[in-house]
Design a protein around this ligand. Structure first.
Ligand code: AMP
Length: 287
């Protein structure tokens, strides 16, 4: 496994691989790697000749400085993990390398960024779009892999790739969960054992909400009651939304055959957790 911290040697190496027509897959991460990342890496390893994993805790996508400071960093462990996984190339840039000066470009994604993460984390998707654009420019992969765990991020990046004409094929990989249903996340490292057990209720409530939706209950009622139920358990729910799975605009009723996303963000202590489920085809019992 090759580890690069500079752009020139990385690009030199990759251009040799491209000359020999190797297909390149990119898995961008912020490190503190877990089985969720592994699922992306395995998919890339299967579908490409060479997999590049980037590890970079991108400061511009954090709207909360303590979240940035407390974000877990464990480079040595991550490198061992990647070596075991069979990853080919790791790119670990520094802040100076990624941001020679304070960026001034501002991205806009219209309605897509006005809801959920975009609404509650101002500037977040601007930072995501900046760093992903830079990585796509630097690495120029054939395929790039993102998790459904960050569904809105995936949809924003899909728009970015279309609007800026990047020649990459994007893939959205399903959410990897623990045995109790808790979506794996680097931020789970900041939860106590008791909090981790409690956190599994997020997924339980997503499942209950999806069942109620399929049974014909009103989305607004489901969302309000689910948020209240989570709050009663000790969460501070930021949003619990039933939305169109493509536009992410909230739905007040659902029509037959619609793909619907149920998305939640909730704090447990000072740790912010997100999760979602997609209901493939809701029936026509809207009220
Ligand atoms: P992060 O390191 O949190 O920025 O995540 C890097 C990539 O891994 C993103 O595309 C995430 O959506 C994805 N990811 C994070 N957690 C999971 C999970 N539990 N299952 C699948 N993908 C995940």
């Amino acid at each position: 496994m090759k580890v690069f911290r500079d752009i020139d040697p990385l690009q030199k190496y990759l251009s040799e691989c491209k000359c020999s027509r190797q297909k390149i897959g990119l898995v961008p991460t912020m490190g503190a790697l877990h089985a969720g990342h592994l699922s992306l890496l395995r998919t890339s390893l299967k579908e490409n000749d060479l997999t590049v994993c980037s590890i970079y805790v991108n400061p511009t996508q954090f709207n909360n400085s303590s979240d940035f400071q407390l974000y877990p960093r464990q480079e040595k462990q991550d490198l061992d993990f990647l070596e075991e996984t069979g990853c080919d190339v790791v790119f670990i840039p520094s802040d100076d390398l990624m941001y020679q000066e304070k960026p001034k470009v501002i991205f806009g994604f219209g309605l897509l960024e006005e809801v959920m993460e975009g609404k509650f984390r101002p500037g977040h998707f601007n930072g995501v779009a900046l760093v992903v654009s830079k990585l796509l420019h630097l690495i120029d992969p054939d395929h790039a892999y993102f998790g459904q765990k960050d569904l809105q991020q995936y949809l924003i990046i899909r728009q970015l790739v279309v609007d800026l004409g990047f020649s990459v094929t994007l893939h959205c990989v399903p959410i990897e969960r623990g045995a109790d249903g808790l979506a794996l996340s680097s931020r789970n490292l900041r939860l106590t054992e008791a909090e981790k057990k409690l956190a599994a209720n997020i997924y339980r409530h997503l499942i209950v909400a999806s069942e109620r939706l399929v049974a014909g209950a009103s989305p607004e009622k489901i969302c309000a009651e689910s948020a209240e139920a989570l709050d009663d358990l000790g969460f501070r729910t930021e949003y619990f939304v039933i939305a169109d799975a493509e536009s992410l605009q909230p739905l007040s009723n659902v029509s037959e055959g619609k793909r619907v996303a149920i998305c939640v963000a909730a704090y447990l202590g000072d740790v912010r957790l997100i999760d979602n489920v997609i209901v493939q085809e809701v029936g026509s019992h809207a009220n």
